[in-house]
Write a protein that binds this ligand. Structure first.
Ligand code: DGL
Length: 278
């Protein structure tokens, strides 16, 4: 079981920002990624729908032998994680709790901004976790529903339209004297530079993916599930880790994205009819 893969999923390409951190911190682990590119975005869908989609995807990842599941989507972590945890007997991790922990550590003045999809903001989950960690903090939340389609369209690298949209969404947060801002959607780190420009250098941007990869390591250790595979420089008999990618639509576009986000070559993703995993 130790050398079984880690199942990671998101509504689309955003979860690759989490994969990037996992590869960085746990290079010996094999990853099976599913991007629900046919049904993105999740951020404007109901909790019931996102929970049903998440269940189908987890069933698919388990059918591929996943030893643990990382929900690399804030929206699904916010509205579906607790429900799916009841259904599946496998160690599972979302990105919201690690993100809130990192933000609580990052702030000095106790004023924290959170940007995320409408569903994540509506759930108030970041506020709840942050207040639990430190009841003194003030949380300013803002939904930025246009960010995901802009990222999925690939308008990330200092695109002037995206720059304007970013500035417009973030202008009210800029007036709140925040010193930490949670990128509460896995797509948003791809807009990092533009977001940093909009809020100014004194605001620390918190990418929950970094803390999620750290928590994943603890989860694997706790469950005695760390891979025994060695990476480069290891025994000759150890084959290089070959990650697998699956999508529900648009494999070609996904491949281009993955190549621009991940440090290593990615195999062409396979199209899966995930709705059959009911
Ligand atoms: N990337 C996902 C998140 O972190 C979902 C974006 C969406 O599908 O709306 O929330």
């Amino acid at each position: 079981m130790n050398n079984a893969p880690i199942g990671v999923f998101d509504s689309g390409v955003g979860g690759l920002t989490v994969v990037k951190e996992i590869l960085d911190q746990l290079p010996q682990e094999k990853i099976i990624y599913f991007g629900d590119t046919a049904r993105v975005p999740y951020g404007n869908k109901s909790a019931d729908t996102v929970t049903r989609y998440s269940g189908q995807i987890i069933r698919f990842l388990l059918s591929k032998g996943a030893k643990t599941i990382v929900i690399a989507c804030n929206t699904a972590s916010a509205v579906a994680l607790e429900e799916v945890k009841k259904e599946f007997d496998v160690p599972m991790l979302g990105v919201v709790k690690p993100g809130a922990k990192a933000a609580a550590e990052a702030t000095k003045n106790g004023k924290i901004g959170v940007i995320a999809t409408e569903a994540t903001i509506r759930s108030e989950i970041y506020s709840k976790f942050l207040k639990k960690t430190d009841p003194q903090v003030t949380v300013y939340a803002k939904a930025c529903p246009l960010f995901v389609p802009l990222v999925e369209e690939g308008w990330t690298n200092n695109d002037p339209i995206t720059e304007q949209v970013v500035a417009r969404y973030l202008s009210e947060l800029c007036e709140k004297d925040i010193d930490a801002l949670v990128l509460g959607c896995t797509h948003y780190p791809l807009l990092r530079e533009m977001i940093q420009r909009a809020v100014g250098e004194r605001v620390t941007l918190v990418n929950p993916a970094v803390e999620t990869a750290r928590e994943l390591k603890y989860l694997l250790e706790e469950n005695h599930l760390m891979s025994t595979q060695t990476v480069s420089g290891g025994r000759e008999s150890d084959a290089p880790v070959q990650h697998e990618f699956y999508v529900s639509d648009g494999a070609e576009k996904f491949l281009q994205f993955a190549a621009s986000i991940l440090p290593e070559a990615v195999l062409r993703p396979e199209n899966i009819r995930v709705e059959t995993f009911e």
